[in-house]
Write a protein that binds this ligand. Structure first.
Ligand code: CTP
Length: 397
């Protein structure tokens, strides 16, 4: 049932828009409220009057409607729902979403929202199979957008193949599954991600090449399974994942403090590339060149966050996962690291420059647990994340 769930339904311009009328009815039968939004092209396929009458709510059509801005601005409209459903979603709207455009009300709402988004594509089979649409699909999946369909079948244009919008009842089932929650519903997962920056003086710092990509992908995968994720992140170069409790930090010491403040947690996943050393007594004034020669930096050891949390006697998460970025003897080093740190699992990878893993979009990992070493094939960081999130959910079940 969808009692009290607020769904913002965006209808874009495809022949499948006629099915949206049935979709509205099915969603409302199950107790959801439906606020409809139509693109200009959608109005060529179904009338605004039918959509608004079936939804029993005001229809939103125009980005620059001043009355609406006075009543409810587009930012608030984009966030007032529990779910944004785009059905049908044309190839054109998918492309605009993937590019982050905001050139009409629908695309602006999708860009301004922090609400989960579900998309039911509908288009000609060639358009669906086109490399550009498939690229957009990957981008949008990477952004955490959930897809339902398209299905294979006869199309209104006379062709056959994938591109037909999922049937209204399939879309309703996907919406119900979304609200039923995943296997990590009610679980709290604490994560670290990205590099740390250790100041030398107010303008200089010591950093490393971590982009934070793998950490962000894991957070997204955990959120998709229903987890509450506290995401303690150093200054990463990738966008922050949606739907997490973000705690931005700069240094290793700040990262440890944020981690301790976020406990208790059911599991902890430490993907951050934490600097092992900081500059002792970093200067609060910019260091100047001097005739007396080069400055000497003294180092102090940073706290080991993974080791600290693994050895907690109270509030230790029941599953602590560390990462091992190695360039030599990857498995042997990672096995030893797991024992030294006291964590439950280590995800080991080879970050030698020739692998292209650090800063790249793919990863090749070994999962080291009590049961031994499980070597996964090279795959996208998103796939590593999804596979790891599923394993973590199984371990906590
Ligand atoms: N880690 C941490 N705090 C630190 C250093 C590392 O929490 N101060 C965590 C990382 O987030 C990662 C794991 O420990 O999950 C291993 O990090 P890595 O840099 O590979 O290991 P190091 O401890 O630096 O060991 P070594 O220098 O021997 O490679």
């Amino acid at each position: 049932m969808l009692a009290n769930k607020r769904i913002l339904l965006i209808i874009s311009g495809g022949i499948a828009a006629y099915k949206s009328l049935d979709l509205i009815r099915r969603l409302k039968e199950r107790g959801a409220s439906v606020t409809p939004v139509m693109t200009k092209a959608a109005e060529q396929f179904v009338t605004p009057l039918s959509v608004s009458a079936l939804a029993g709510d005001k229809l939103y059509r125009d980005l620059f409607d001043l009355t609406d801005e006075a009543e409810m601005g587009h930012i608030q409209l984009s966030r007032s729902a529990d779910l944004i459903l785009v059905a049908p979603c044309t190839a054109d709207l998918m492309a605009r979403m993937a590019q982050g455009r905001a050139d009409d009300l629908a695309s602006t709402l999708l860009l301004a929202t922090d609400t989960p988004v579900m998309v039911a594509p509908a288009m000609n089979v060639r358009m669906w199979d086109h490399a550009a649409t498939q690229r957009n699909l990957e981008t949008l999946r990477g952004d955490g957008i959930v897809f339902v369909g398209p299905n294979d079948g006869d199309m209104a244009c006379g062709e056959f193949g994938p591109g037909r919008m999922a049937e209204p009842l399939e879309i309703v089932a996907a919406v119900e599954a979304h609200f039923a929650g995943g296997p990590l519903q009610g679980r709290h997962v604490l994560m670290t991600s990205g590099p740390t920056h250790e100041p030398i003086d107010p303008v200089r710092y010591i950093a490393n090449r971590s982009s934070g990509a793998q950490g962000a992908a894991i957070a997204k995968a955990l959120v998709a399974l229903g987890a509450k994720v506290t995401f303690v992140s150093g200054p990463a170069s990738v966008p922050m994942p949606q739907g997490v409790q973000l705690v931005p930090v700069q240094t290793a010491q700040e990262m440890l403090a944020a981690v301790e403040a976020a406990l208790p947690a059911d599991a902890a996943v430490f993907t951050a590339a934490v600097a092992d050393w900081r500059v002792e007594g970093a200067s609060d004034r910019k260091l100047k060149k001097s005739k007396d020669g080069l400055p000497t930096l003294a180092f102090a050891e940073n706290p080991d966050i993974l080791k600290t949390v693994s050895h907690l006697t109270s509030d230790r998460p029941s599953l602590v996962v560390g990462f091992a970025a190695e360039t030599d003897d990857v498995i042997d080093n990672a096995v030893a690291k797991r024992t030294r740190k006291g964590c439950d699992w280590i995800v080991a990878n080879d970050v030698s420059p020739e692998t292209g893993i650090m800063g790249g979009s793919e990863n090749a990992v070994h999962l080291i647990t009590d049961d031994g070493v499980d070597t996964w094939p090279r795959m996208s960081k998103d796939d590593v994340a999804r596979q790891l999130a599923v394993k973590l959910a199984e371990a906590l079940a």
